[in-house]
Design a protein around this ligand. Structure first.
Ligand code: NAD
Length: 310
């Protein structure tokens, strides 16, 4: 069984091997030197990020703060220490933007309402919502998935996205802001032994298009990203839940023609692009996958265990 390293080191150091040495790019210098401020891509904009204490969400928080945004990010109570530490680190770094951590479990509607209220009370408006908080419940055969387990995944990964959008939209309409939903490649191509997770991501991609249509009359853009394999704590723990974690990770690396997993920062940069520059995109689904969907590969049942233990 792989051991999860301490939070700061685990996925970032190990990540260099998984991502072709690119994971270290996460901590780049703040844009504070003279003349740089006017080139900030999201200066003064207010952004709300769900699930911002680890992995892709943490990278999104960092990228937006480095580009001058005021970012309110959340995670459940069990992540309070990490959230507060990230807020402190960014405050002390002298970055052009700001970060505030709020405890919020996106499975709880009142928590989401509070997250949006805190954002508005702090900054008076909202320009962008990034729906990122998600769970992967581990590989399971359909026979082993309970109704309750399935509902839990939908609650966090799909209904949580919907509710955050619902409560953010009255404010986004005022700023003609935008929503970026983090979905997944497997919403399009499926994945073995992950029926609840795949269903939830399919819902997110479809919801993005439905909401983009509804909100176009208000000038709010709604886009999503179909992410491929991105080396994060989620990926590490899903590998740890399989019979041979190293083999599972290697298989994950081999799934990309580019020969590595993506980095959280590569997703964060795409989120920034959709929020900031993609002003004629709505309902778009940006695939950031290292080409994982390309070509043919062995797919018969004899070739794959689908990660299920034993
Ligand atoms: N890592 C990948 O390969 C990959 C691929 C495609 C899509 N995604 C999606 O990207 C998003 C981020 O994934 P990640 O790999 O960074 O995961 P992660 O587990 O590394 O981080 C998830 C973050 O979400 C937060 N979170 C979890 N449950 C929450 C809840 N109920 N309320 C609020 N916050 C909660 C966690 O605290 C953490 O900050 C997820 O939606 C995931 O499904 C990931």
């Amino acid at each position: 069984m792989l051991r999860l390293l301490p939070p700061k080191l685990g996925w970032q150091l190990g990540g260099a091997a998984r991502t072709g040495g690119m994971a270290g790019q996460l901590r780049y210098p703040c844009k504070t030197s003279p003349g740089v401020a006017e080139r900030l891509r999201y200066a003064g904009k207010v952004v709300c990020v769900t699930g911002g204490t680890r992995g892709i969400g943490e990278a999104i928080v960092r990228v937006f703060v480095h580009e001058g945004a005021k970012v309110v990010f959340c995670a459940p109570e069990c992540e309070r220490e990490r959230g507060e530490a990230l807020q402190r680190e960014l405050e002390e770094s002298g970055c052009p933007g700001e970060a505030r951590f709020v405890v919020c479990d996106v499975a709880i509607e009142d928590d989401i309402k509070n997250l949006v209220s805190v954002t508005i009370n702090l900054y008076g408006c909202l320009d962008c919502l990034v729906n990122n908080a998600g769970i992967f419940p581990g590989f399971q055969n359909t026979d082993d998935v309970t109704g309750e387990g399935f509902r839990t995944v939908l609650n966090i990964n799909a209904i949580g996205y919907f509710l955050a959008a619902k409560y953010a939209l009255p404010h986004l309409r005022k700023t003609k802001g935008n929503i970026v939903n983090i979905s997944s490649l497997i919403a399009h191509i499926g994945y073995r032994n992950a029926v609840a997770y795949v269903t939830s991501k399919g819902g997110v991609t479809a919801m993005t298009k439905a909401m983009a249509l509804d909100e176009s009359k208000c000038g709010v853009r709604v886009n999503c990203i179909s992410a491929g394999n991105i080396w994060t704590p989620m990926w590490q723990s899903l590998a740890n839940g399989t019979a041979d974690p190293e083999a599972t990770i290697q298989q994950g690396i081999n799934e990309q023609p580019l020969g590595r997993m993506g980095t959280p920062e590569e997703i964060a940069q795409a989120v920034l692009f959709l929020a900031c520059e993609a002003t004629f995109c709505t309902g778009a689904d940006l695939w950031i996958t290292g080409g994982a969907e390309l070509g043919m590969a062995p797919k018969s049942h004899q070739d794959a265990t689908g990660g299920v233990k034993g």
